[in-house]
Design a protein around this ligand. Structure first.
Ligand code: SF4
Length: 219
């Protein structure tokens, strides 16, 4: 049975108390279905961290509004959902030391994914699934430190895909995602979708990723 207990009488501690006391700045925790990329369609618990080191103009996350939560608070929240898949997202989750929360969740059998902008290296063994979504089409001066992972997911704003020629070698799956602007017109978003589809047809090592959760009107 899932438990918040950090130890049982007569047994070695299950959790390190300092891991449980670790505090993170959290925007929100919610249960939904991954709407984009390789794991699209799989239910996950999303843990959204506050703070990002970039400011993309299409960003739809208010990562400046967050509350400090301990790992034990986060775990209590996560345990209420019948779901063993977790996504660390943000903001930029890798600005945090994720080892404490990862140890606590892995011990309980959770599958841990991250969605990161790639500007911070990710330690080996920390996570089960690494999705890097670089923003160097907007920030060419920002170097991508995490150059390997399961999934490379790029927002298409008209950039040449040759900019990923070297980076893409480190990833198993390549996704191109049209930049969807909620404040833009249906016609302009539609043109972006059509253009992205055309680019994917010309570059068949890439697959089209759509933010299906937005189409469904869910988080
Ligand atoms: S890297 Fe992600 S979270 Fe940060 S500003 Fe860009 S889209 Fe938003």
């Amino acid at each position: 049975m899932e438990s918040l207990e950090c130890h049982r009488a007569g047994e070695e501690p299950v959790d390190n108390p300092s891991d449980l006391a670790q505090t993170y700045n959290i925007v929100e925790i919610f249960h939904s279905v991954q709407g984009e990329g390789y794991r699209s369609g799989i239910p996950h618990v999303f843990i959204r961290f506050g703070v990002c080191n970039l400011r993309c103009e299409w960003c739809d996350t208010n990562f400046d509004e967050y509350e400090p939560m301990t790992v034990i608070d986060i775990l209590a929240d996560v345990l209420q959902y019948p779901c063993k898949n977790i996504i660390f997202t943000g903001g930029e989750p890798m600005l945090n030391d994720l080892w404490p929360i990862a140890r606590v969740l892995k011990r309980r059998g959770y599958h841990l994914s991250v969605e990161s902008n790639g500007t911070v290296s990710i330690p080996d063994g920390l996570l089960d699934w690494v999705c890097i979504s670089p923003k160097d089409q907007m920030y060419p001066q920002v170097s991508i430190k995490q150059r390997s992972g399961d999934e490379l997911k790029c927002v298409y704003v008209g950039q040449s895909l040759t900019m990923y020629d070297e980076l893409k070698e480190g990833f198993n799956h390549l996704f191109l995602q049209p930049c969807y602007d909620e404040n833009d017109t249906v016609e302009r978003n539609g043109r972006t979708f059509a253009l992205t589809e055309e680019v994917v047809k010309q570059h068949p090592d890439w697959r089209l990723s759509l933010q299906t959760h937005k189409w469904m009107g869910i988080l």
